[in-house]
Design a protein around this ligand. Sequence first.
Ligand code: GLU
Length: 414
Amino acid sequence: MMPADSTTKSAYESFLKAACDRLGYSETIASLLALAAMEIKVEIPIIRDNGELAIFTGYRVQHQNARGPCKGGLRYHPQVDLDEVRGLASLMTMKTALVNIPLGGGKGGITCDPRSLSARELETLTRKFVKRIHREIGPNSDIMAPDVGTNARVMGWIHSEYSAIYGHSPAAVTGKPIALGGSAGRETATGDGIAIVTREYARHRNIRLDGATAAIQGFGNVGINTALAYRKLGIKVIAISDSRGAVYREDGIDIEALAKRKRERGTIADAEGHETISAGELLETKCDFLVPAALGNAVTGDNADRISAGAIIEGANGPLTRQADEILAARGIDVVPDILANAGGVIVSYFEWVQNLQREVWPEERIEKELARILGKAAGEVFSHARDKKLDYRSAAFDIAVARVKEALDATGF
Ligand code: GLU
């Protein structure tokens, strides 16, 4: 694979620097916000099912906690490394600040291929990771959540391991199974949030949603739930991919049928009644909304010229490289940035944390209403700031987020 023209971390640093310049902040502030407050790297040995010893590397990066405890997902993927986790952690600081919830930013990961590990191996790996880092995480310091390659089940193991040391502590991790204090609406929150932000964007741009079309890259938690939420808005999803294949259907994809196929066969590739397309063609689909909802650096300087969507809604974290961003801006294709578009997940994580701390259980309607209120407000702020200052949406979002973090740093009195 060709190296991308930027990494999540280097792209973050240039967005940050540009925002600090616009806001008139010193180089020191820019450097401070480029660095993580704490970085943890641990080796995790486990005995595999075949009796052999295997050693995995785990990371947790706590980027910023001026606005509240660090918050962010835990990723299980072969490409996880310290540099990627750093970039993703800093994006979380900007995300929580942009949507104005009282949390900071963090991210973790274990370099592994979860699909090649048994449930027992994954459980052992997760519990050992918590044993290694438990002193540094918790409800008031750093709260993990699902990300690529992890899910409610993994969060349940984290909860159980952490609680075995500190006593019942559901607020130490979010995205848990409902039976362990998880929140209604958390599973679908990122996709629901993407739909809310898309609706606000369409309102701002006067785009009719009924009959609009979308292509979605990725059919994991974010991709599936975005597809379902888009359908409720009347948006027709015409192309979807996963890591092993991509399909197209002009009349709209039967999302449940595709989800069933994915559950049964592990992939959507070659689904009957659909045209098979390549991963590249998926990204180049002519549609109103392209939602990259898989990994980082999906759209680069190499393919940004061929994007034919009206707008890109960033479902994944960091799906565009710096060059892609520049090319799309020059071509007049709007990009709704990750820190706004996919913030629904961390917002409902925040609701879960609040419910756990207060020993409360909120009904689903309350979650839906509050999610729409918080995201609607953040989206409105980004779109009006962009209009007033003649900025693209990512720059507008960074201005708002960086200013909020700076305000908290100033208020701490350092
Ligand atoms: N992993 C998700 C994200 O990147 C959710 C994080 C959370 O809920 O803390 O936003």
